[in-house]
Design a binder for this molecule. Structure first.
Ligand code: PMV
Length: 328
């Protein structure tokens, strides 16, 4: 009989080469492979308890009963571990983020990666890293990249089996820092889940998908060789391509605010002035400004002074999702 309860932690990640659009929406097989860095110091901590006395699956997020959509995705992941293990108990899931909610940092990647690890352990499964990554992927694509540590590649694959993420370099490999310029704390107007569904309606998505393997290879090599200039060029290009698709889909979406553009412009100017920095933006207005660790203090100080920036968080490369065996 398994313990029926387990706790795990996982960090969110920032994509250097983005995931936007699926070739199979149901299985969440993406249209392109992607690359990201885990963000150390930011964590979701998730406890899963299965039991015969629990009448229905429950999800408590940061101390509050979660909305139906989050519970629905959680239940789908729990159903997978129930099917594999053969135990059909309902579960209580409690998840907390150590980063304040409303910072605009997505917690779905860290939350579902921690859930995959905690749920499988609680129900007595010892899954390897690819299996955990696949499990997290089905709940939220980017969550599969928060399972392995450091710098991570999600190979798109063609089916459920070969679509999972693996580490291409450990966290200690390269002292990069992500200085996150918080511009708005408001909730995303359109969830990325909906954005993936309409990505193919943009006339630019086919070109983005076709040219993505070259950017993927360039980014992977830049990480392995710790080549910041090469990384900066490909990261900005890939982010711009994703937002071009987002702005030209039907219906068109726009995640940027005036201050987003202000930060983009400043980063370009700072780089022209000799500072090694680049920007990348997810499905929201906040700007992730990457730089080598030696420059992080200077970059954060400049961002804090930039008009429209409300706060700056910074994160070094983070480790893998982890089961905490001593905690229940
Ligand atoms: O995993 P999702 O469905 O939240 O999509 C993530 C989308 C981006 O954050 C914009 C890009 C990425 O690769 O993380």
């Amino acid at each position: 009989m398994p313990d029926l309860t387990a706790t795990a932690i996982a960090c969110p990640n920032i994509a250097f080469i983005k995931y936007w659009g699926n070739r199979d929406h149901r299985l969440r097989i993406p249209s392109t492979s992607s690359i990201s860095m885990n963000l150390d110091g930011l964590f979701s901590r998730t406890t899963v308890t299965f039991g015969p006395d629990i009448v229905a699956d429950q999800l408590i997020l940061n101390g509050e009963v979660a909305q139906a959509a989050a519970l629905h995705r959680t239940r789908a992941l729990l159903d997978q571990v129930r099917t594999i293990s053969g135990y059909y108990y309902s579960a209580r899931v409690e998840s907390e983020n150590n980063f304040p909610t409303g910072t605009g940092i997505a917690s779905s990647a860290s939350g579902f990666a921690a859930l995959a690890v905690a749920a499988s352990r609680a129900i007595g499964l010892t899954l390897d890293e690819p299996a955990l990554s696949r499990l997290a992927r089905r709940a939220s694509g980017s969550a599969c990249r928060s399972v392995p540590g450091g710098f991570v590649e999600w190979q798109a694959g063609k089916d459920n089996e070969d679509s999972y993420a693996f580490s291409i370099a450990p966290a200690e490999h390269w002292g990069l820092v992500d200085c996150i310029a918080i511009i708005s704390q408001a909730h995303k107007s359109t969830a990325s889940q909906e954005g993936h569904l309409i990505a193919d309606s943009s006339p630019l998505q086919a070109a983005r998908v076709a040219s993505s393997p070259v950017r993927l290879a360039t980014c992977r090599l830049a990480i392995l060789q710790r080549d910041f200039d090469s990384l900066a060029a490909v990261v900005e290009l890939d982010s711009n391509l994703m937002h071009a698709v987002i702005m030209t889909s039907t219906p068109p979406l726009l995640y940027w605010l005036p201050a987003t553009v202000q930060v983009i412009q400043s980063v370009i100017d700072w780089r022209k002035g000799g500072l090694p920095v680049c920007y990348t933006i997810d499905a929201g207005p906040n700007v992730h400004v990457l730089c080598p660790a030696d420059y992080a203090e200077e970059v954060s100080a400049r961002l804090v002074q930039t008009e429209g920036v409300k706060d700056v968080l910074s994160a070094h490369p983070g480790g893998p999702a982890r089961w905490l065996p001593d905690e229940h």
